[in-house]
Design a protein around this ligand. Sequence first.
Ligand SMILES: Cc1cc2nc3c(=O)[nH]c(=O)nc-3n(C[C@H](O)[C@H](O)[C@H](O)COP(=O)(O)OP(=O)(O)OC[C@H]3O[C@@H](n4cnc5c(N)ncnc54)[C@H](O)[C@@H]3O)c2cc1C
Length: 465
Amino acid sequence: MLNTFTRLENFGHSLDAPAYVVQPRNGVDVYSVFKKAKRLGLTVTARGAGRSYNDAALNGGGIVLDMTAMNQILEWNPESGVVRCEPGVTLEQLWQRVEPDGWWPPVVSGTMRTTLGGCLAANIHGKNNFKMGVIGEHVVEFAAVLPTGAEITCSPKKNADLFYAMIGGYGMLGVFTSVTMQMKRVYSGLLSVDAYPAPNLSRHLSALEDGAPNHDYIVGWLDTFASGAALGRGQIHAARYLREGEDPNPQETLKLKNQILPPMIFGVFPKSILYQFMKPFANNLGWRMVNLAKYVASLPKHTFRQPHAAFHFLLDYVPNWELSYGRGGLIQYQSFLPKESAEAAWTEILRFSQKRNMPSYLGVTKRHRPDNFLLTHAVDGFSLALDFKVREATRPRMAGMLREFDEIVLEHGGRFYFAKNGETTAQTAQAFYGEETVKRFKKLKKRCDPNGLLESNLYRRIFEG
Ligand SMILES: Cc1cc2nc3c(=O)[nH]c(=O)nc-3n(C[C@H](O)[C@H](O)[C@H](O)COP(=O)(O)OP(=O)(O)OC[C@H]3O[C@@H](n4cnc5c(N)ncnc54)[C@H](O)[C@@H]3O)c2cc1C
């Protein structure tokens, strides 16, 4: 097993923490790390692709299990659409394996670089959360190693308490060693996408609510600089699968070569250097202009067909785009609000950030439904994800602003997502989870991890704070 002492970062390069990095190849390796950690008095955190925007996969001064070497697709059944994978398999590996056979992962994140272990630990949602729920709802079973050394298998029927707590449990109860999932049948490599503008926040949210029942996916882009009567304006993208027979040549559209994002822009410039050209625009004025131009371009309503990969993984189109935010990096703040209070809460939040002159540069909205997982972040409502540039000079002011956002979200009955938010305190986390949930989680933690070996910076922040 590889073992190095190194400084790891979050996805946005705004946080870092030194750790001993160990790369296990199987469950036996994972357990031997637990034993070693206990002997040395160290804590352990699993890490997938390190794509969390916050401290979920950091463990200052402890051991980090780099799960990326456990990256084999173990079984794939193109008849039933059931796949069994090691936890380091990425969504990219997964969709590229199943799509040519006419299947697609039922829930994906906005980047394909995440691992299945990381996706289960955060219980990710996609642009179809209102319809397909979170990724955990498509897990047939998973295997995991607990710090006690127990190797367990969990499904909605077997060890159900751990199934509903470890999915969404941020690796705080055990480490996934394999995941079995059901894929979704598709009849074309293309989606039919409707794109239409929304002139203000109220219309934006009603467009998400009204558009969702008639589509398989819905997502909004929100112009974070618009103010006054235009506050919250943006553009909706609502997509649906093509029905059987609608695509005259599905064998062709399902081919990988018709899905993969091209490596060159205009066939000449390598995409890998594009983020360098974005750097000069990564300031308030630059992003104001980008948002304005995007809104103007979004005005005519139109419908088009788009490959699945291009629709879902737009953010992967520009590799390393996060580096364009410069030295301080970026953070993302995502809040989940019930549909009755979302407009009021986000009106306050957007006005607040504009008034403080710390505007978000990118806003994304989605429609959600609740789920049965113990540490759920979902609501019957909407989410708004806001990206913020971090500058050393304003970092403490920004942290203060995000904590004020937390108060607004709590007051409006909202929830938080711990693959994103980096400032939420233990007090706030416990207020939104509720006493009963925290008690149940801590009881399971004691059972699975009696010596408290599994800890991350996130765990210490939201459960011990
Ligand atoms: C550009 C971008 C777009 C995104 N879009 C979305 C989106 O649309 N929807 C959404 O829900 N999220 C989204 N995310 C967030 C992302 O999906 C989650 O942060 C996800 O957890 C990252 O996966 P990872 O493999 O990088 O995990 P990491 O960030 O490495 O780890 C995340 C958590 O998983 C735990 N973990 C990792 N592997 C294991 C394992 N084998 N066993 C137990 N625990 C483990 C870690 O301890 C940590 O708590 C996005 C992130 C980025 C960067």
